[in-house]
Design a protein around this ligand. Structure first.
Ligand SMILES: [Zn+2]
Length: 95
């Protein structure tokens, strides 16, 4: 299994958790008369989570990209870690 597969699987699992949380949130009794119920709730939760996901991931992906730039190979070495490239940081952050 590659780091990319692991990240993809983690993102898919996070999406499922988000949908489950959305289903619970839409049916929360604290919403009172605005509480939703019925067979459309899972579809509404999935649509909401799918629409929000890129905006929630963007800050994290931005920071990962910035870290990868700091550890970009130069002449076979990582200039930040001073280790042979790819350094452990780069291997951990690749997707
Ligand atoms: Zn490094």
């Amino acid at each position: 299994m590659t780091a990319g597969n692991t990240l993809a699987q983690d993102l898919e699992q996070a999406q499922r958790y988000g949908i489950w949380a959305g289903i619970a949130g839409l049916q929360d009794p604290a919403l009172g008369s605005q509480r939703l119920c019925g067979p459309a709730v899972p579809a509404l939760a999935e649509a909401a989570v799918s629409s929000a996901a890129p905006f929630l991931r963007a800050p994290l992906l931005d920071r990962i990209s910035a870290a990868l730039l700091l550890h970009r190979e130069q002449d076979g070495w990582c200039p930040t870690c001073l280790e042979p490239a790819p350094c452990p940081t780069t291997r951990a952050l690749r997707w």
